[in-house]
Design a binder for this molecule. Structure first.
Ligand code: ZN
Length: 456
């Protein structure tokens, strides 16, 4: 009796506290002209075409939202950071197809799935028979819906055609550099529907575009099906095809990349004056592993794999399903990123190989839909700050969008040349001097990482 009473009073006091606190936030949010998101307990401003930006209603309002790029005079943008002189125009036009479609997709799926819920997957033990059956039910139900509404025969034909173009371009790029072996590996990769791999945890529509998993296939299993722009599909396929020859697929037990045709590039991509691809912090993983053991918990099966990989001498460990291992504010162990960084780099190389004779205007038209996906995460100074901070905190095998855009895609020498900007003009001092608003993030971001592009 006492126990129940105690729990009841605890629940009462904690919930009344939070309701009061969030009511205040809601009020302030509405006053600031924002929309209050109850579930996320966040205040957001609606911008053009369904793009929402998070704000702190006590410090800013939707009207005077600090969209830092809007405050910068155009001539000051010249030759600073690619996203500054690129995303600004996109934002003024307000185009962001990604968020829009993604939200629409989520709503549709929610309605169609009705009462079927994704079961919770435990991290420290295998699934029970009952959970397995529940998960399978959910998967079947969801896959049927996806197949019916999104993975149509028609869509697949378009994807197939784009895939063939991407593959042909990548192969011809590799051959132009005399890489016959790599070209023939890429040539043997084929395209499959994600749904053809009916294993449960491998289907991730929500966070991935497409997937390459070392089986000589690229799987259409992600939100690439929400797009109909050639450029987005093309870039995505180039990235996935590049995984067939990435450093983890090739020689994962050789950290010097000897015998890898891209040895020089790989070493370069890890340097601090480039994208600064992260390495796996095995010591950190080992500590986590031992912590779990001494707390009497069975370590996550992925953690065991990490330890085994380390013993074998692999430096490629990059499983990102670890997210569930950490508490909300923990600094997570860093993961290997070079396979992802390499795939971004090679995709970029092929794009500019394709655009090498084009004008700046033609390049812009081609790059616009692709860069738009990345522009989204630095829509406001607040967004950018939280993205950079998050990039430093979490175990993630892709660099944050901002770095993928500034250090790789739009940092290509051909694009900078088309804009009459040399590489040398970007260094952190120049950037800070020219873009005052960026001084607010100098403490958490190293601008020098945009100062070099790794040439083949
Ligand atoms: Zn990838």
């Amino acid at each position: 009796m006492f126990k129940i009473l105690l729990i009841a009073s605890f629940l009462f006091s904690s919930s009344s506290f939070s309701i009061g606190k969030f009511n205040k936030l809601k009020k302030a949010c509405l006053k600031a002209g924002g929309h209050y998101f109850k579930k996320e307990k966040e205040c957001r401003c609606l911008q053009e075409r369904m793009v929402f930006t998070k704000i702190d209603p006590k410090k800013e309002t939707c009207q005077n939202l600090k969209r830092y790029t809007h405050l910068i005079e155009k001539q000051k943008l010249k030759c600073t950071m690619p996203s500054e002189w690129y995303c600004v125009n996109q934002r003024i036009n307000g185009a962001n197809i990604y968020v829009n479609r993604f939200q629409e997709f989520n709503r549709t799926m929610k309605t169609l799935l009705k009462n079927t819920k994704m079961p919770k997957i435990p991290v420290d033990r295998p699934l029970t028979q009952e959970e397995k059956a529940q998960l399978q039910d959910y998967e079947t139900n969801r896959n049927n819906i996806l197949e019916k509404y999104y993975y149509s025969e028609e869509k697949f034909l378009v994807l197939k055609k784009t895939f063939a173009t991407a593959k042909a371009d990548l192969v011809s790029y590799l051959l132009s550099h005399g890489l016959k072996n790599e070209a023939s590996i890429v040539n043997s990769v084929s395209l499959k529907f994600g749904i053809e791999r009916k294993t449960s945890q491998t289907f991730d529509f929500f966070s991935e575009f497409a997937d390459y998993r070392g089986h000589k296939n690229v799987y259409i299993r992600g939100n690439i099906v929400l797009y109909d722009q050639f450029e987005v599909m093309y870039y995505t396929f180039l990235h996935e095809l590049s995984h067939s020859i990435d450093p983890c697929t090739f020689d994962q037990f050789d950290s010097n990349f000897t015998n890898n045709s891209f040895q020089k590039v790989l070493t370069c991509l890890e340097q601090n004056n480039t994208v600064a691809s992260k390495k796996t912090d095995f010591e950190c993983f080992e500590k986590k592993y031992n912590e779990m053991l001494s707390a009497g918990k069975a370590p996550h099966f992925g953690l065991k794999t990490a330890m085994l990989d380390k013993e074998k001498g692999s430096y490629c460990y990059r499983k990102n399903y670890y997210q569930s291992l950490w508490n909300k504010n923990d600094k997570q162990c860093s993961l290997y990123q070079l396979d992802e960084v390499f795939s971004d780099w090679l995709a970029t190389q092929v794009i500019f190989y394709r655009l090498r004779k084009n004008t700046k205007e033609e390049m812009d038209i081609f790059l616009k839909p692709i860069a738009n996906i990345y522009c989204d995460s630095n829509n406001s100074l607040a967004d950018l700050k939280s993205n950079i901070a998050r990039g430093e905190m979490i175990a993630e095998n892709h660099p944050i969008d901002f770095h993928r855009l500034n250090a790789i895609l739009l940092n290509h020498p051909l694009y900078r040349k088309a804009n009459h900007c040399s590489m040398l003009e970007i260094n952190s001092q120049v950037l800070i001097g020219r873009i005052l608003e960026l001084s607010e993030i100098t403490e958490i971001n190293r601008f020098s990482r945009y100062s070099q592009y790794c040439e083949f």
